[in-house]
Design a protein around this ligand. Structure first.
Ligand SMILES: Nc1ncnc2c1ncn2[C@@H]1O[C@H](COP(=O)(O)OP(=O)(O)OP(=O)(O)O)[C@@H](O)[C@H]1O
Ligand SMILES: [Mg+2]
Length: 262
C-alpha cells in the first residue's frame, strides 16, 4: 500500500519506481518512492552517489515516466515536461554566444512567447541575484558562481511555482557556495516557491531545508525524513551552533545506517 497523494501537494509521488532497461539488462534505480511537498516547502534530498537522486528529479520534471506508481504536480498526473517547473542543473549549461539576458530568456523563446514581455522580469532577476550590470555580458566574462546565478535566473524567469535543483552548487568553491546558499534562501523567502534541492552537502541541506529526505544506496528509497525547524531567516553563523550540529548528525547517521557514507 502506498500513501494517497493529496491534491493540495505541489509534488506528490506515490509508490514510484523507475527501472532503466538497456542491452546489459535492467537497473532498478528507484524503488517505491512516496514523497509529498506542500506549497512553499523547501525539501532537500541527500543520498549516496548513484542512488537515483537525478532520476527522481527527472521524474518530477516529466523528463522520465515512472515504471510503476504515479507522479503528480499540483494535483495533476505528469505526462511529460510541463511548465510548472524551473530546473537548475549541476552545470549551468549556458549558450556561449548568447549574452546573460539572452540566456535567461531562452525558456521564453522555447515556449514560443515574446521575449520582450519578459525582459523587465529578467532584469529584475539579474538584480535579485546580484548580477546588476552584467545583463549584456557573455558567459566567458563571468566567474563560475556568476554563471550558476544566470542558471538560477533562467529557471526563475517563467515564475514557476516549483523549482527543481540538481546539485546546483557542487562545482563551486566553499565560499561562493555559502553565498549562493544564502542567496537561494533569500530568493525562496521572497518568491515563495516550492523547492526540491538535491545535494551531497549535509550542511547545505540542513541550512536550507524544511525537511531533509535521506535516500538509501541504489535502488533508492527514502529511508528517513529529518524535519529542520531552525528559525528563518537562517544565518550562516547558525551552522556553527549545537542545534545545527545535532541535526546534521541525525542526517549523517541515517546515511551511515544505510551504508551510504562512512
Ligand atoms: N540513462 C540511464 N540508463 C541506464 N541506467 C541509468 C541511466 N541513468 C542513470 N542510470 C542508473 O541509475 C542509477 C541512478 O542514477 P542517478 O543519476 O539517478 O543517480 P544519482 O543519485 O543522481 O547519482 P550522483 O549523486 O552520482 O549524481 C545509477 O546506478 C545509474 O547507473
Ligand atoms: Mg545525480
Amino acid at each position: 500500500m502506498t500513501a494517497p497523494v493529496a491534491l493540495a501537494d505541489v509534488i506528490g509521488l506515490a509508490g514510484v519506481s523507475l527501472a532503466y532497461s538497456g542491452k546489459a539488462g535492467t537497473v532498478l534505480a528507484l524503488d517505491r518512492i512516496d514523497l509529498a511537498a506542500r506549497p512553499g516547502e523547501f525539501l532537500a534530498v541527500v543520498g549516496p552517489s548513484g542512488c537515483g537522486k537525478s532520476t527522481l528529479l527527472k521524474l518530477v520534471s516529466g523528463l522520465l515516466a515512472p515504471s510503476a506508481g504515479e507522479v503528480r504536480i499540483e494535483g495533476r498526473p505528469v505526462r511529460g515536461p510541463h511548465a510548472s517547473v524551473g530546473v537548475v542543473f549541476q552545470s549551468p549549461l549556458l549558450m556561449p554566444w548568447r549574452t546573460v539576458i539572452e540566456n535567461i530568456l531562452l525558456p521564453i523563446e522555447i515556449r514560443g512567447e515574446r521575449t520582450a514581455n519578459y525582459a523587465a522580469a529578467a532584469r529584475q532577476l539579474i538584480e535579485l541575484v546580484g548580477l546588476g550590470g552584467f545583463a549584456d555580458r557573455h558567459p566567458y566574462e563571468l566567474s563560475g558562481g556568476m554563471q550558476q546565478r544566470v542558471g538560477l535566473c533562467r529557471a526563475l524567469v517563467t515564475d514557476p511555482p516549483l523549482l527543481l535543483m540538481d546539485e546546483p552548487f557542487g562545482a563551486l568553491d566553499a565560499m561562493t557556495r555559502e553565498q549562493m546558499n544564502a542567496e537561494l534562501q533569500r530568493i525562496w523567502m521572497e518568491r515563495q516557491k516550492t523547492v526540491l534541492l538535491i545535494t551531497h552537502s549535509i550542511t547545505e541541506a540542513v541550512y536550507l531545508a524544511d525537511r531533509v529526505l535521506v535516500m538509501s544506496p541504489r535502488p533508492g528509497r527514502i529511508i528517513e525524513e529529518v524535519p529542520i525547524s531552525l528559525p528563518r531567516p537562517r544565518s550562516l553563523g547558525m551552522t556553527e551552533t549545537v542545534e545545527f550540529a545535532q541535526l546534521a548528525n541525525q542526517v549523517r547517521r541515517a546515511l551511515n545506517a544505510a551504508g551510504g557514507i562512512d
